[in-house]
Design a binder for this molecule. Structure first.
Ligand code: SF4
Length: 240
């Protein structure tokens, strides 16, 4: 795997170049407030980002801080989650706000274990807060990210991939230092608009020259592409 990772260490460069031209804009990406990031991530679970945008904006107008949310009734919160078709999230959000207020004095922690101790905060949400709000060099991995990593590296991404350490280790090693926000957004966006679950658009993909799946379906990279892969842009990375 180490050799494979070295051969694909252009991953970050190619991905960030693509994101610079094709990255999507969302209101939660304009902020570094951990509360706003947390709410956005809760709303985004199993819901399309475009659907979330108007609900998120209205929600933030009504509950701009965690104290406002703590003071709200579950019924008030439910109005927003009913729009997204996921009422059960309202109770969870209320519990979360109370817990953060009581145990962390209303401040969302920047420590992973503390984040994971908050009701309903799992690995993905904790890592999203660390990367997007606190700018820590952390890979944010969900099943969509696993699909991209699995295809590029020739790994089986379909069976419980999120639970396999390799799917977290690879993006963690490839993440360019200090660029966690853009790097993670770039994989998320690529998975949403190019590396689609059923029919990936490999011919439009910046990673096609290093991707195992593309090599199998469209043939090996051209000599020009091979030159790019072996260019000095790469960083040395070791995967354990
Ligand atoms: S080349 Fe195709 S399979 Fe590989 S990451 Fe891009 S879209 Fe996905």
């Amino acid at each position: 795997m180490e050799a494979s990772l070295k051969a694909k260490s252009a991953f970050g460069v190619l991905l960030l170049e693509w994101f610079g031209k094709n990255g999507r804009c969302f209101p939660w990406r304009e902020k570094k407030d951990p509360y706003q990031i947390l709410i956005a991530e809760i709303m985004l679970q199993r819901t399309k980002a475009d659907q979330v945008v108007p609900v998120y904006l209205d929600f933030m107008r009504e509950f701009p801080t965690i104290d406002d949310l703590k003071a709200a009734s579950v019924k008030q919160i439910k109005r927003y989650f009913a729009t997204l078709g996921l009422l059960w999230r309202a109770d969870r959000i209320k519990q979360m706000a109370e817990d953060i207020s009581e145990r962390f004095n209303g401040k969302i922690p920047s420590d992973r274990d503390q984040l994971l101790s908050i009701p309903s905060v799992g690995d993905y949400m904790a890592d999203a807060v660390l990367a997007f709000a606190y700018g820590k060099d952390v890979a944010v991995v969900d099943s969509n990210v696993c699909r991209v990593i699995g295809r590029v590296f020739g790994l089986d991404w379909k069976k419980e991939a999120r639970r396999k350490p390799v799917f977290r280790n690879i993006p963690s090693k490839l993440l360019p230092q200090g660029k966690a926000r853009k790097f993670n957004w770039a994989i998320i966006d690529l998975a949403s608009v190019v590396c689609l679950p059923r029919e990936p658009l490999c011919l439009k993909c910046p990673l096609r020259i290093i991707c195992e799946f593309a090599k199998e379906t469209h043939g090996p990279p051209t000599s020009g592409a091979r030159a790019l892969i072996s260019s000095g842009k790469r960083s040395k990375v070791i995967l354990r």
